[in-house]
Design a protein around this ligand. Structure first.
Ligand code: GLN
Length: 280
């Protein structure tokens, strides 16, 4: 079989399974199996796919038809300018989260030698992207999940950042190390009661621990704010990703802990997504 017919077969199968991105997903999965990129797939429709690759591909497509996200199937995801290894123990890096990286770079444009903390580091996508751009800065990432610590360290190794970065497995409440110029966090912020409304691919495959924000979705955010108020330097910045309906609640929590609200930014869907504050 050639690429064209393999892709077509998979596309029809995935469409029947209500996968909206059937063509794209098929191309990415086949590219992964034959060790090429998507452009190659598109430009070499007559290239023969050998039996082994075909069956390997079919196994992936089968899993995709059950909703497993492509990023988990290929074990990687592009974020900012880099590629991150991921697995089902960490959240898939989202394009909207790049807004945090963008903002951090904007705010710190004329600053260097920063000490940065990422609470809930996950795959490491935010902190590692920031550290790649801020060459003289150092970072600490913490996460509750041992698996997240493993994968973010692997990403740090791949990006050559281990000399400027430490990652610890700890609960935010028990972390009491250092003072920071900048604290960033994309905490779990989905209201416990709303988890069931999430996309099936998300709720069935992404780690609950990375999504569940407890009652009203602010249990973890409020812990992050409390801890940040202790560990942040005076005039230090705290940048948080929040849910579209949390602006007022989070503002209140921040103000109560001595933060001044600088701005709230919207994501690509025009929803509130990121709140920037300064410790007074
Ligand atoms: N910091 C990671 C990310 O933004 C993980 C966030 C999380 O697990 N809630 O993708």
């Amino acid at each position: 079989m050639n690429i064209n017919s393999v892709i077509n077969e998979s596309k029809i199968f995935l469409k029947k399974s209500f996968i909206k991105t059937a063509q794209l997903d098929s191309e990415i999965l086949l590219a992964e199996v034959i060790n090429k990129n998507r452009e190659y797939i598109i430009l070499n429709q007559n290239h023969t796919v050998n039996k082994e690759s075909y069956y390997q591909f079919k196994t992936l497509v089968e899993q995709r038809s059950k909703g497993k996200p492509v990023a988990y199937l290929v074990g990687k995801k592009d974020f900012w300018n880099y590629q991150f290894q991921i697995n089902e123990h960490v959240l898939i890096p989202r394009p909207d989260t790049e807004i945090i990286v963008e903002q951090v770079l904007k705010i710190t444009k004329f600053k260097s030698n920063l000490m940065i903390l990422d609470i809930g580091v996950g795959s490491g996508c935010i902190l590692l992207s920031v550290l790649k751009e801020k060459k003289n800065s150092r970072g600490i990432g913490i996460d509750l999940s041992k698996k997240s610590v493993e994968i973010s360290k692997l990403n740090a190794l791949n990006l050559g950042l281990l000399n400027r970065l430490k990652i610890f497995k700890t609960d935010v409440d028990n972390f009491n190390f250092g003072k920071y110029d900048l604290i960033i966090s994309n905490p779990p912020y989905i209201n416990k009661l709303d988890l069931k409304y999430l996309d099936k691919d998300v709720i069935n495959f992404e780690p609950n621990i990375a999504l569940d924000g407890g009652l009203e979705g602010i249990s973890v955010i409020s812990k992050v704010i409390n801890k940040s108020s202790e560990l942040i330097k005076k005039k230090g910045k705290l940048i948080l990703e929040i849910s579209f309906n949390q602006r007022e609640k989070v503002k209140k929590l921040l103000i109560n802990k001595g933060f001044y609200i600088n701005k709230i930014l919207k994501d690509y869907a025009k929803n509130d997504r990121c709140i920037i504050s300064t410790k007074i």
